[in-house]
Design a protein around this ligand. Structure first.
Ligand code: NAD
Length: 245
């Protein structure tokens, strides 16, 4: 028996990294998963996995989100995973950078929840899981001004949704990962230069002395999405190898 048997989940950023690992985990545990991403080529790698259906979705396109919600109808789980990391202090961040990050990280979650929540309320049940970060209201991180601000906004909005709809049977939680080994992180290390040295730096800043794995984050997403977490709402669940201690 799967831990998500009979449930329908919609996931964003499912083509790689945490989103992909979570979509696969949800499907393995019995959910029907609508796995979405802007990158259709990569998303196609999920084709043929039992329980997974793929759809192209640019989360900055609210009309596309509304159309997807109209097509799928009721979902039991929303997994909002898209996130863009802008590097820089406040002085290095322009208004354009601010708007872009807010749009991709925060407005997308706002629009996804608005589109799918009404049907959850009708059924008096639903779990929303949003991927924030330790870099947020939980911890200041150098040169992550707007990234940290967007992730703090996600935590604030999640608590507001949790509070407003608790009587409707809706739970809304965030996951706050530390540094996790994903394709995005590898790209960043290549981009900054000397990947080995940078990997060592990322590993050492977490007391665990290592990077997290996608599966370690997906395990927490599975718990929060499932009925096992039926008394858990409004939390920011840290998965950070002790970085925030
Ligand atoms: P990633 O960067 O490896 O993958 C992101 C995915 O998002 C890609 O498949 C990309 O195509 C998709 N995407 C980008 N823009 C999109 C858009 N407009 N519409 C739809 N899809 C879009 O991701 P990751 O490293 O696994 O991170 C996933 C989430 O976890 C993000 O919110 C990130 O901020 C958060 N996070 C990651 C880490 C980490 O160390 N990797 C740490 C803390 C938080």
């Amino acid at each position: 028996m799967g831990r998500l048997d009979g449930k329908v989940a919609v996931t964003t950023a499912a083509a790689q990294g945490i989103g992909r690992g979570t979509a696969e985990t949800f499907a393995r545990e019995g959910a029907r998963v609508i796995a979405t991403d802007i990158n259709v080529e990569k998303l196609k790698e999920l084709e043929g996995i039992p329980g997974i259906e793929i759809r192209k979705l640019d989360v900055t396109d609210n009309e596309a989100i509304k159309a997807l919600a109209a097509e799928i109808g009721h979902v039991d789980i929303i997994f909002n995973c898209v996130g863009f990391v802008f590097h820089g202090t406040i002085l290095e961040t322009t208004e354009k950078d601010f708007d872009f990050s807010m749009n991709v990280n925060v407005k997308s979650m706002f629009n996804m929840i608005k589109a799918f929540l009404p049907k959850m309320i009708e059924k008096k049940s639903g779990s929303i899981v949003n991927v924030a970060s330790i870099c947020s209201s939980l911890k200041g991180v150098k040169e992550r001004c707007i990234y940290g601000a967007t992730k703090a906004a996600m935590i604030g909005m999640s608590k507001a949704v949790a509070c407003d709809f608790i009587k409707d049977g809706i739970r809304c939680n965030c996951i706050a990962p530390g540094t996790v080994d994903t394709p995005w992180l590898c790209d960043r290390m290549e981009h900054i230069g000397d990947p080995e040295k940078i990997r060592e730096y990322f590993m050492q800043r977490q007391p665990s002395g290592r990077l997290g794995t996608v599966q370690e984050v997906a395990n927490v997403a599975l718990f929060l999405a499932s009925d096992e977490a039926s008394f858990v709402t409004g939390t920011e669940y840290k998965v950070d190898g002790g970085w925030s201690i």
